[in-house]
Structure formats: structure tokens, C-alpha cells
Ligand binder design. Structure first.
Ligand SMILES: [Zn+2]
Length: 276
């Protein structure tokens, strides 16, 4: 079986976890992990069932999008904003509220319809090198997008081209080295072997970004769901949930390492000049 890493080209890897029909292997060279066998296509999102969830049923994602935009804004980013793979547009809404001039692109028709119904500017289709003019955006966001691509470096190079000089790229990724995946093993929700080509680590994505002429400016570990808050708040109702969320946020900020590491991370990287 050909286990060649699509990030660095290495053929050396070792098994981390898996189930019948798929496994995850950690690349020995770049610290990212790969789904084996790889998904058969990265053009499978034209009518993705996830985005047929009513907007009101996806409030957790809205909350996470707002938190992500706050991270970007707190790091001093302003101006024109593109969300690549924007889904139904929660991050665009949050970016508009934060003062960005925001738009998105999304392959899923149902997601685009949902976003446009709420007045958002969303282009339908897959993100490509010629989708936007060069030097257009101050900020580009790819939140849970890069792992769906058969060629992540190509996507980053497109973002490099579409960003203005010194513009920022923000990535939101699942962290396969986090506490939750270590505890859950093959049951972790984020493996999604039919869709995810790569499982990134902070170290591995930093290397990929450098290779695509970006310099990492800020990184944070975080959680999305199935964290203490989400598991317990559903039974303990509202106010304990807020306390637990703050606790989860606190332990993630401490960066103490296992077992206090979130199963998500965000990276903000600045475009560097250089040959593509
Ligand atoms: Zn590799």
C-alpha cells in the first residue's frame, strides 16, 4: 500500500489508530497524520448533508465561529475578509459584526442558499487559484477545510496569491494530539476517514505554512464540542455550562500538555513575500 505523505512526500509512517477499512498513520517526517486509504475525491461537497441542518440546529458552530473571529480580531486583523468553505456563513456573520468587509465561498448548494437567505455574500463552488483576483483580501479563513483537500499546499498557495501583502491566513484544525482523541482513539469524531486526507498537528501545519511562504504569528489550542462543557451542560443546564466552558477555556490556555490539551487549534499566519 502506498502511504506516501501528501504534505512532505515521506514514505515512512506508523499506525496510530483505525477500524475496519481505514487507519490513521503518523508521518515520521512532518508530524501530520494521514488517512489510509485516502478519500477517493475531494469534490464531494456539492450537497453535503451536514449543511442541511437548520441554522437553529447548529448553534454550537455559530458560537465557535464567533470565538474564532474574536481570535482573528484580537490579533489586530481588519479589512477585507474571505471565508473559504464558509458553510452556511456563521463566520461571515461574526466577521461583519466585528467590522470586516466579509464574503465567502462554499461548494455546498444548500449551505450557500442558507447563507444568502440571511443576506450574506457567498460564491458557490470550489476554491481555486483563479477564483479571486490577486492581492484582494486582508484576511482569509479556512476553518475545518484544509483536511478535506487532496492537495493542501496548493490551497495555501492560492490563499497566498489572493491575500494582500502582509495579509493573514487563519486555519482552524482538529488537533489529533489533543486529549479527546487520545482518550477516544478510533471513536474520535474528527477522523472522518471518507473525507479527511490529513490530520494536522500544530508542528506539522506550521511546517506546511512555512513551506507555502507564511509565517505563523499566533497559535492557540481550543475545543469545539464533546468538551467538558458540551457533555455536562446538556445535563446540568445553563449556568453550570458557562462555568464549565470557562474552565475548559482556562485549561486550554495553560498549554500544559496532556491531559489539558484541546482537540482543536487555530493558527494565524502572515503572508511572506517569496516565489510560489
Ligand atoms: Zn509528512
Amino acid at each position: 500500500m502506498n502511504n506516501k505523505c501528501i504534505i512532505c512526500g515521506s514514505e515512512q509512517s506508523k499506525r496510530l489508530t483505525g477500524r475496519a477499512g481505514w487507519e490513521v498513520r503518523i508521518c515520521s517526517d512532518c508530524a501530520n497524520a494521514l488517512t489510509v486509504p485516502a478519500p477517493t475525491t475531494d469534490r464531494q461537497y456539492d450537497d453535503h448533508s451536514f449543511f442541511q441542518i437548520p441554522v437553529e440546529g447548529a448553534l454550537r458552530w455559530r458560537h465557535a465561529a464567533g470565538d474564532l473571529i474574536k481570535f482573528i480580531h484580537d490579533n489586530g486583523c481588519r479589512g477585507t475578509f474571505l471565508d473559504v468553505g464558509c458553510g452556511n456563513g456563521f463566520a461571515i456573520e461574526a466577521a461583519l459584526a466585528a467590522g470586516f468587509e466579509a464574503q465567502g465561498i462554499e461548494a455546498s448548494q444548500s449551505a450557500v442558499i442558507s447563507g444568502r437567505d440571511r443576506g450574506l455574500q457567498i460564491q458557490v463552488g470550489y476554491y481555486q487559484d483563479n477564483t479571486f483576483p490577486d492581492n484582494t483580501f486582508d484576511v482569509i479563513l479556512m476553518n475545518h477545510v484544509l483536511e478535506h483537500s487532496a492537495n493542501p499546499r496548493t490551497m495555501l498557495m492560492s490563499a497566498h496569491k489572493h491575500l494582500k501583502p502582509n495579509g493573514y491566513l487563519c486555519l482552524g484544525q482538529s488537533n489529533y494530539l489533543g486529549t479527546i482523541p487520545r482518550l477516544l482513539g478510533a471513536r474520535w469524531y474528527a477522523w472522518v476517514p471518507k473525507e479527511h486526507y490529513v490530520h494536522f498537528s500544530v508542528q506539522g501545519v506550521t511546517r506546511l505554512l512555512q513551506n507555502a511562504h507564511f509565517q505563523v504569528k499566533s497559535t492557540r489550542l481550543t475545543t469545539l464540542f464533546w468538551d467538558w462543557e458540551n457533555i455536562l451542560a446538556s445535563t446540568l443546564r445553563h449556568w453550570p455550562g458557562i462555568m464549565l466552558h470557562n474552565f475548559a477555556a482556562f485549561v486550554n490556555q495553560t498549554r500544559l500538555g496532556f491531559p489539558f490539551v484541546g482537540d482543536q487549534f487555530n493558527v494565524l499566519a502572515q503572508k511572506q513575500e517569496g516565489n510560489r
